[in-house]
Design a protein around this ligand. Structure first.
Ligand code: GLN
Length: 575
């Protein structure tokens, strides 16, 4: 059996340097060399998982097939590797401590004093080495946070020990650091990198490769200087240059020769990376044949990371339709009966995403009304579907006070309600839940099967009867209202196989109006755009041709706030 090799990625100087993107891009390159790759994120914070964190602080909570609520970096890993992640791909300090404390209570350490070293570090080593087997050639481990943070110390100590346990041939340390450009001095500065590496070495980790995040490529002279001061090979210092489109990063790393150096150092098979798909993707992104403007009407709009997968899935829909996507993030609290038309006109498609809590909901319901009446392509995701059902119940089915139990627990007409008993597909049994349950882990989470009705928009998109999509919600469509909603013209085009749970609703006679209880954005990939996003953008593209006026500002295909640069560049030879 092949031995799994480990690449540990740490970060220095400051956060948000793009360790996740670097890990995902390196993973994509190694995969393109024919290797089987997985990536794990170790987060130093104390929450057991990010499920209870506010998305405006931490960004999106990414959900895996097995129902884990994870860091948004796992979304990057899935999109770049094209393989599903699981609970095993994300641990936090909280989850590590939780496990050690549970073992202590069970008596596993009877007689011993439980300590950070060796108990916490052993637990960390256990979750890292659990990635071996199943034919995995390379496991990339991204350590969250920045070297020097108090919380990350046990993780760094654990990976230091692993290098001793597994040997140099199986472990590689990559340190991502910042090399700022000082315009006044007219040069790149290496001091932050030197300090960061010094910090890392003081805890016993000697980086093998230094990846320099920089605005423009770091010169050979400067690489020589960094190599000298940080005691690494001169050809082990790489630039990680700012890119105008994130999907360019694997190609940039390839041109720098990063995968080649990694392969040599870890003694991986010498094979060239086949990047045909990536080149095609970047070419498509850089040569759109039109523009489509989509409004995302939600409440976490101040932090774009809160809708990361959604943003990417829309871009993928754009790729499938050869169009550039202009995304307008609209705060639903600002949508009122007075402002709705002003704010929402000019959009080629409207998307109401998932969300929790009452704030901004009435604005979302008004948004649905606008999309339904004005026949603007509409896509409602999770809470978006629930708003569509409430709006339809109120304004078409004549139930004026229709609402969700989440926002009006004592209301008479809860068209969306808390299902207290249902079939848990993962536990393979009926489960119960109630309003007072623990806030962590009481949701319908992970992949659930859904049966599609033939002759519907949903069926046309997927082209098959049975699908599997990922969920993250507590509330469901109330079956008691299915009949009256159906009479009004709403079609329930996707149901759980036992027929109990509404998974997809749609409105025939509208250019494209669909809501789903699940989160399709988690399964969209740049190379395989999700069918619902593909068809939503196709409908929006048609809509855009009805009013050929130029959009206010063009946002790059794949980037929220940059203009797409023309690029005819094909894969350059390695530098
Ligand atoms: N708040 C709603 C629920 O819990 C929707 C959740 C979501 O959009 N992810 O059911």
């Amino acid at each position: 059996m092949r031995e799994t090799k480990f690449i540990f990625i740490t970060g220095g100087v400051l956060s948000s340097l793009g360790k996740g993107m670097a890990a995902a891009s390196l993973g994509a390159l190694l995969k393109a060399r024919g290797l089987s790759v997985t990536i794990q994120k170790l987060d130093p914070y104390i929450n057991v998982d990010p499920g209870t964190m506010n998305p405006t602080q931490h960004g999106e909570v990414f959900v895996t097939d097995d129902g884990a609520e994870t860091d948004l970096d796992l979304g990057h890993y899935e999109r770049y590797l094209g393989t599903p992640m699981s609970q095993k791909n994300n641990y936090t300090s909280g989850s590590i401590y939780y496990s050690v404390i549970s073992k202590e209570r069970r008596g596993d350490y009877l007689g011993g004093t439980v300590q950070v070293i060796p108990h916490i570090t052993d637990e960390i080593k256990l979750v890292i080495t659990s990635l071996t087997g199943a034919g995995t050639d390379v496991a990339i481990i991204e350590i969250g946070g920045t070297v020097g943070d108090i919380e990350s110390q046990p993780f760094l100590e654990a990976i230091r020990q692993l290098r001793g346990d597994l040997g140099k041939d199986r472990c590689l340390f990559i340190h991502l650091t910042l090399v700022p450009y000082l315009a006044a001095a007219g040069e790149h500065k290496t001091k932050p990198t030197q300090h960061s590496v010094k910090e890392l070495r003081s805890i016993g980790i000697h980086p093998d490769i230094i990846l320099c995040r920089c605005e423009t490529p770091v010169s050979q002279d400067l690489k020589r200087k960094i190599a000298l001061f940080c005691d690494v090979d001169e050809d082990a210092v790489f630039s990680s240059v700012d890119v105008d489109n994130v999907y360019k990063l694997p190609l940039e790393f390839y041109e720098e020769g990063l995968d080649q150096k990694v392969a040599i150092m870890l003694r991986l098979p010498a094979r060239n990376a086949d990047l045909g798909d990536w080149q095609k993707l970047v070419y498509e992104l850089m040569h759109p044949q039109g523009n489509v403007t989509i409004g995302i009407v939600g409440k976490y709009v101040q932090l774009k990371e809160a809708y990361k997968s959604l943003h990417e899935a829309l871009v993928h829909g754009g790729i499938a339709n050869h169009v550039n996507i202009t995304l307008k993030y609209i705060n639903s609290e600002e949508v009122t009966p007075e402002t709705a038309v002003d704010i929402l006109s000019g959009l080629d498609g409207i998307l109401v995403p998932g969300g929790f809590g009452e704030r901004g909901v009435e604005g979302k319901i008004l948004t649905v009304k606008h999309a339904r009446e004005q026949k603007v392509p509409f896509f409602g995701i999770c809470l978006g579907l629930q708003c569509a059902v409430i709006e339809f119940a109120r304004n078409v089915a004549g139930i004026a006070d229709a609402n969700s139990e989440e926002f009006d627990p004592t209301g008479e007409h809860k068209v969306i309600y808390l299902m207290t008993e249902w079939f848990d597909h993962h536990k393979k049994c009926r489960v119960t839940r109630n309003q007072d349950s623990d806030k962590g882990g009481t949701m319908r989470l992970g992949a659930y099967p859904c049966a599609l009705k033939e002759g519907t928009m949903a069926f046309a998109a997927y082209g098959k009867k049975m699908i599997n999509e990922r969920h993250r919600h507590r509330f469901e469509v109330n079956n008691a209202y299915r009949e009256v909603l159906g009479k009004g013209g709403m079609v329930f085009s996707g149901l759980s196989p036992d027929g109990d749970l509404v998974e997809i609703i749609e409105l025939p006679g509208h250019p494209w109006f669909l809501g789903c209880q699940f989160h399709p954005e988690f399964k969209s990939r740049p190379m395989q755009p999700h069918p619902l996003f593909r068809d939503f953008i196709a409908a929006a593209k048609e809509q855009s041709q009805k009013h050929p006026a130029a959009p206010p500002s063009s946002v790059g295909c794949g980037q929220a706030a940059s203009t797409p640069k023309e690029s005819t560049r094909q894969a350059k030879p390695r530098r």
